[in-house]
Design a binder for this molecule. Sequence first.
Ligand code: ZN
Ligand code: ZN
Length: 155
Amino acid sequence: MSVTPAHLRTLASRAEALTAEVRALCESVPAGSPESEQLAEARQAAQWLARGAEDLERAAADLARFQVQPCRMPWSVCPEHGNTLSSAAGVSTCRVCGRTWNYTRMSQPCQEPVTWKVFDRAGTETRMCDGHVLGARAATQGATFIRLDPAAPHP
Ligand SMILES: [Zn+2]
Ligand SMILES: [Zn+2]
């Protein structure tokens, strides 16, 4: 069995739930009472648990990034807006959001994670990122777009 980001996210949400339970327990005691002072360690524990939940979320995100394949389309796009880039003086700018990229990144195959499978009318499969799918939707007719499950590792 291989570890997926979903496994880590499940553990993270259990740690979050535990954090909330410990905090609720500590807050059920009136602040400033002698009993409340005895719960200092428990409050500390809640902080560690919250921290653990965050670390697990981060690990899930890292693993997800590691497991996805890059898109590798030979030209670059804005990851959010698609074919909206204009280039001048070594800098590419998205005409919609104004984000800029330098020429080094723009001249390399797309490094955004693959999130879609696209089948053209002949049934040829291409895997692309969100940005490239936006451009492909505008440019191709009769293609089928299938969103990949972000939690599943891609073969
Ligand atoms: Zn943009
Ligand atoms: Zn791409």
